[in-house]
Design a protein around this ligand. Structure first.
Ligand SMILES: [Zn+2]
Length: 289
């Protein structure tokens, strides 16, 4: 199996941009860490693929957070990505099972429901960009297509797919974003519409051995590759960060934890790592505070 990568490419004219990615191993790691069931794996995996590609448009230390806040049974999906291919994410309720939809596919739209898509870009120097749009179908790719159009004024075609096996593991995962940039022509619009319509589903392509570069060739055969970024799971949590969360509960709460549990356990939402603090460590926090 090839490694996970995201690719950024631009047409000669500079008016059409394409991003493609393969995220099979990344989404498998998310599945394993959160023990997601298939419909949650698909929803989280599609979101992670799109966030990973959007990360390629960031610079330096910039980060972005995507929140899909629907009213469906899986609750919210949250994914973080940076400019160098690090991605982490979770879904509120990973253990949800729904019957297949009318197409015989995982009912991601039903699992996500209706609500809002939020994108926050932390651009450093306390500069944060926030954009939001209403979820269209809850199928994720459609929701981002709408988001790019209304919130970023960038007409886009977005595709994302995750194929889950009967053992709950991810067989393939990946996606693409094609965007019309300022100065694009009617010819560009027609070309993109034709190419996107001609591309089979992302998972069909990936199952047949197509990689991120192959996806790009299908979408924009003449585009010039500007960057290839390996992708990997990475969390930012640490013992110190979770200790700070416990400290912020305040002395009364911490005394309670010592008396009732003789310690405390804190779990990172993003990676499901567990951090244990014994009574002595909690007492030390009280003295510091
Ligand atoms: Zn973590």
């Amino acid at each position: 199996m090839g490694e996970d990568v995201a690719i950024r490419a631009l047409t000669e004219s500079g008016t059409v941009r394409a991003l493609t990615c393969v995220t099979t191993q990344l989404v498998n790691e998310l599945q394993e860490r959160h023990q997601t069931w298939p419909v949650a794996t698909a929803a989280l995996g599609r979101t992670a693929s799109i966030a990973a590609m959007m990360g390629l448009l960031l610079k330096g230390e910039e980060r972005l957070t995507v929140q899909v806040k629907g009213d469906g049974p899986i609750g919210s999906i949250v994914v973080d990505a940076d400019a160098v291919g690090h991605v982490r994410g979770y879904v509120d309720h990973p253990h949800i099972h729904l019957p297949s939809n009318a197409l015989g596919k995982l009912d991601v739209g039903g699992a996500v429901g209706s609500g809002l898509l939020h994108v926050m870009r932390d651009l450093g120097m306390r500069d944060v960009y926030r954009g939001s749009s209403e979820l269209q179908t809850g199928e994720i790719a459609d929701d981002f297509t709408y988001y790019f159009a209304v919130s970023e004024q960038t007409p886009s075609a977005v595709g994302a797919g995750v194929l889950v096996g009967t053992d709950n593991r991810v067989i393939v995962s990946g996606g693409f974003i094609v965007q019309l940039l300022p100065g694009h022509t009617e010819e560009d619009v027609r070309m993109v519409e034709e190419r996107v319509a001609a591309v089979p589903s992302v998972t069909d392509l990936l199952v047949n051995g197509v990689d991120a570069e192959g996806l790009l060739t299908c979408l924009l055969p003449d585009a010039r590759v500007l960057g290839v970024q390996p992708l990997s799971f990475q969390c930012l949590c640490s013992r110190e960060r979770l200790a700070a969360v416990i400290e912020s509960l305040g002395p009364a709460e911490i005394e309670g934890l010592i008396a009732e549990q003789g310690g405390a356990e804190a779990v990172c939402h993003f990676c499901n790592e567990r951090y244990n603090f014994d009574a002595d460590e909690l007492r030390a926090m009280l003295h510091r505070g």
